[in-house]
Design a binder for this molecule. Structure first.
Ligand code: CA
Length: 434
């Protein structure tokens, strides 16, 4: 079988309910909806963390965040430590299997030389190192909250570059399309890491004009998502024009759920922000309830995966490494190298999920999904708000919104799941290598 190309399109803080094909009545995402029609749309696909850096560490290494040493949000200053070279990324693995590799957009896995994309297997990188930049000046102003001055953060292969005034989403899309057009016959891995729709809430007027009737918080969100959707449309069009679409795997998702942080507002309000939607799910960014970690996830591989599928089987971001390596013809030695499992059969022939249990830890919270059951310990609803019960058991099939706490009615199950997730976390922290 021909080695496929791989493209990951990754959004930032995009909610489960914020695409047309996931039920949004305000976002307009015709290109992503079409991609889902031509591929498979997952309804129980999870990020490994409810925040940026750990989620991205898992996507790229195939390991749980704690094992990678990146289990917190990495600071935005130049010189911030991050993912070390002890952890092999998907880019490094594919590069050593004959792939050309490129990243355009957000990195957020550290900014020391050994943490940067070029040190982690990317031949080409154009984008930013930290977690957030202004969409037009490409300056990170948000580290001022930590007492640091703003830093300009736009780079091309280790060299600082300036593209003042250029909307970041379009800059990423244009580089991605140019890269596809420049490829000859070697297979490639392209990581398109949009910072949208993470704050600051910026979009060109032409996108805002598409949504004249929405309230301000939804309007800017819909505009930013529409720019991403147009980007995905351009990428697909470019693939088709170069005859590469059928042999290219495209995976679209987001690192965590929508943010309620007041700094999303640009009118001075200090209220919680609800511009992004987790749909019917409870919890937002930083929460281990479903809204923080369950993500839109679309996969297409026209020569291998039948279109029009919707799968409710459990997949996790850390599964992408073993899945792509299997399709690249270089499967991993799973047991020793990664925590993720290949979902190639789940995607191609609707096989069962490879996971009996999936675990999470973030900022004092623990969670486990076991079949239809989900247990959250010390749960939070976002960065600041704590959930009512410190032990919350849900039947996710009957109650996807985690509204009804079944812990007291199921004490033995609750205890077993709590013990399992605590044991898992002990194992992970013992194995942690920075
Ligand atoms: Ca994020």
């Amino acid at each position: 079988m021909k080695k496929p190309n791989f493209i990951i399109v990754y959004c930032d803080d995009l909610g489960y309910g914020d695409l047309g094909c996931y039920g949004s009545e305000t976002a307009k995402t015709p290109n992503l909806d079409m991609l889902a029609e031509e591929g498979i749309r997952f309804t129980h696909w999870y990020s490994n963390s409810p925040v940026c850096s750990p989620s991205r560490a898992s996507l790229l290494t195939g390991c749980y965040p704690a094992r990678t040493g990146v289990d917190q949000i990495i600071a935005g200053n130049r010189g911030a430590a991050g993912l070390t070279k002890r952890h092999r990324t998907l880019a490094a693995r594919l590069q050593s299997n004959g792939y050309r590799t490129a990243l355009f957009g957000k990195w957020h896995l550290g900014s020391q030389a050994e943490n940067l994309p070029n040190a982690h297997g990317f031949d080409e990188f154009l984008g930013f190192h930290s977690g957030v930049i202004d969409y037009y000046s490409h300056i990170n102003y948000w580290i001022q909250r930590k007492g640091m001055d703003p830093v300009h953060d736009l780079w091309n292969n280790g060299k600082e570059m300036w593209s003042n005034g250029r909307y970041m989403t379009n800059l990423i899309t244009d580089n991605a399309c140019d890269y596809i057009r420049s490829q000859a016959d070697d297979p490639f891995f392209l990581y398109v890491a949009y910072n949208a729709p993470h704050f600051p809430m910026h979009a060109p007027k032409e996108y805002l004009d598409r949504f004249p009737d929405l309230p301000p918080d939804r309007r800017i969100m819909a505009a930013m998502i529409a720019a991403v959707d147009d980007g995905v449309g351009s990428i697909i069009e470019t693939l088709k024009a170069s005859g590469k679409y059928e042999d290219t795997v495209i995976f679209f998702s987001s690192d965590n759920g929508p943010s309620t942080e007041a700094r999303n507002w640009l009118d001075g309000k200090e209220d919680l922000y609800y511009g992004g939607s987790a749909g019917k799910l409870t919890g937002h960014k930083a929460s281990l309830f479903e809204g923080g970690i369950r993500e839109p996830a679309i996969m297409s591989y026209p020569n291998h995966i039948a279109g029009g599928q919707v799968s409710d089987k459990i997949g996790v971001m850390m599964d992408i490494v073993p899945t792509f390596m299997e399709w690249a013809g270089a499967p991993l030695a799973h047991e020793s190298e990664v925590d993720g499992r290949s979902v190639a059969a789940m995607a191609a022939v609707d096989a069962d999920s490879p996971h009996d249990k999936v675990y999470w830890e973030y900022d004092g919270q623990l969670a486990v999904r076991q079949g239809k059951w989900k247990l959250v310990l010390n749960g939070k609803l976002d960065f600041d708000r704590t959930a009512k019960a410190s032990v919350h058991l849900s039947d996710i099939e009957l109650d996807p919104g985690e509204k009804v706490n079944l812990a007291e009615r199921n004490p033995e199950l609750t205890l077993q799941m709590a013990n399992d997730v605590k044991a898992w976390y002990e194992e992970m922290t013992a194995a942690q290598t920075k």
